[in-house]
Design a protein around this ligand. Structure first.
Ligand SMILES: [Mg+2]
Length: 238
């Protein structure tokens, strides 16, 4: 399937818990502020809360939907949600269910029909299993959106980012990476992590895709102005 009918970005990361949702939400906000009608899609989520749970406002689908200005129907943001904090196929099995591999793909269509730009957030990293048969990278290949790789500004980020880029370059026919977002995912403490001031320069020197933006700890905007619409527009869209 290659159902791409409009521009979009696929947000992936070097690992789980490095701020993919936070970065995706900031991208959505800045695009909505620029006047774009943005759809947000998370094919599957695990470890989710339900309404009434103390942290429900922080659940990925709700955060994404709010950042995009509450477009369409909230239930469409993430049609498959499971409670256990495990990879989706295992979280589903814990509930006696399974991930619907077809719905992972078909759930995107609603947003393609109702938006002018779709932001898709993956689960974990590119090689995180997402169903019994699929990795996140399988969906990325089929959706065809350029990737944004969220990388945490912390010791170890060079290795993690290069491994993700190598995976992108070699998976199936290769996945297009639009750029890297360096995200300060925890309060910075230079006395504890001397790599904070050199990570960006090192990534810029070692990675082929550009570092397109940097997001300071809990910031509501990126350090630089980024034309996300252009980054998400490929030759096939034009
Ligand atoms: Mg997330």
């Amino acid at each position: 399937m290659n159902a791409k009918r409009l521009p979009g970005l696929m947000i992936t990361g070097t690992n789980t818990e490095i701020g993919k949702t936070y970065v995706a939400a900031r991208i959505a906000e800045s695009m909505v502020a620029a006047g774009h009608r943005v759809g947000v899609y998370k094919p599957v989520a695990s470890g989710v809360t339900v309404p009434g749970d103390p942290n429900h406002a922080l659940s990925d689908p709700l955060v994404l939907w709010n950042a995009a200005g509450q477009p369409g129907e909230l239930e469409r943001v993430c049609p498959q949600q499971f409670r256990a904090p495990l990879a989706p196929h295992l979280a589903a099995a814990a509930e006696g269910r399974s991930v619907d591999a077809r719905l992972l793909r078909e759930g995107l269509q609603y947003w393609q029909e109702t938006s002018e730009f779709v932001i898709v957030e993956g689960v974990g990293g590119l090689m995180s299993p997402i169903s019994d048969e699929d990795y996140v990278a399988d969906l990325a290949a089929e959706f065809g959106y350029p990737l944004i790789v969220v990388a945490p500004n912390a010791l170890g980020v060079i290795n993690q980012t290069l491994q993700t880029l190598i995976t992108a370059a070699t998976f199936r026919d290769g996945l297009d990476v639009a750029g890297i977002v360096l995200n300060q995912a925890a309060p910075p403490d230079p006395s504890d992590d001397a790599s904070l001031s050199s990570n960006r320069r090192e990534l810029e020197q070692r990675c082929v895709p550009p570092v397109v933006a940097e997001l300071p700890w809990s910031a509501d905007r990126f350090v630089e102005e980024v034309d996300w619409f252009r980054l998400g527009t490929t030759a096939a869209d034009e």
